[in-house]
Design a protein around this ligand. Structure first.
Ligand SMILES: [Zn+2]
Length: 180
C-alpha cells in the first residue's frame, strides 16, 4: 500500500491514543463529536484508497463486489492499513462490524461508554459511499469500556436513533433490533 498516493498518513497507535486521551481530558464529552467529525471527513479518501487497493488486486469497484467478497476484502484492507481485524455480519435491520483488536480502542484508558468515535465517523462515511445513501454508525460494545470486542452497528439514522433511545431506557440493543 502506497500511503502517500492513497492520501493516507501512517500514525502510531501510541500517538493516536495520546491524541484521543488528551482530547477527552481537555474537551470532556465534546471530544466525541470532534473525533467523529474528523473520522467522517476522511471517509472519502479511505473509500478511494480501498477502491484503488481492490483495483491493484484485480477486483472491481467496492460496490460491485458480492457481500461475501466485500467482507473478506474489507477485512484484509483494514487489517493491512493497521486498524485491526473486523468481522461483518447482521443483526435484524442493521449490519454489524466486530473487532477484537481495533486500533482506536484502548483498555488501558478505560471509559464508561464505547468510545471509538473517530472510527464511527469514518465508517459512517465509508459505508454510506458503498451503499450510495447516508448511513449512521453507532458503537454499542467497546474494548475501551470493558467489553471483549468493539461492535459497530451500521444502519439508517432512524433505526440507530431507536436503538439509542431504547438503550437510554435500559433495553439492550439486541432487544431493540429484535435480534435476540
Ligand atoms: Zn471501540
Amino acid at each position: 500500500m502506497d500511503l502517500s498516493r492513497a492520501s493516507l498518513v501512517a500514525l502510531s497507535r501510541a500517538s493516536f491514543g495520546a491524541l484521543r486521551g488528551a482530547m477527552f481530558r481537555d474537551l470532556g464529552l465534546n471530544a466525541a463529536s470532534v473525533l467523529q467529525e474528523a473520522g467522517y471527513a476522511g471517509g472519502a479518501e479511505l473509500f478511494d484508497a480501498f477502491a484503488a487497493w481492490l483495483s491493484t488486486r484485480g477486483f472491481g469497484a467496492p460496490e460491485t463486489l458480492a457481500a461475501s467478497d466485500f467482507a473478506a476484502r474489507a477485512t484484509e484492507f483494514f487489517g493491512e492499513i493497521g486498524w485491526g481485524s473486523l468481522e461483518l455480519s447482521a443483526a435484524g435491520p442493521v449490519a454489524t462490524i466486530d473487532s477484537s483488536n481495533w486500533a482506536e480502542a484502548d483498555p488501558a484508558q478505560p471509559m464508561e461508554f464505547p468510545c471509538c468515535y473517530y472510527t464511527s465517523g469514518a465508517l459512517a462515511d465509508f459505508f454510506g459511499r458503498l451503499a450510495g445513501q447516508p448511513l449512521a454508525v453507532m458503537e454499542v460494545e467497546c474494548r475501551s469500556s470493558g467489553q471483549e470486542r468493539c461492535r459497530f452497528l451500521v444502519g439508517s439514522g432512524d433505526v440507530l436513533q431507536a436503538v439509542y433511545d431504547g438503550m437510554g431506557r435500559g433495553e439492550s440493543y439486541l432487544e431493540v433490533l429484535g435480534a435476540q
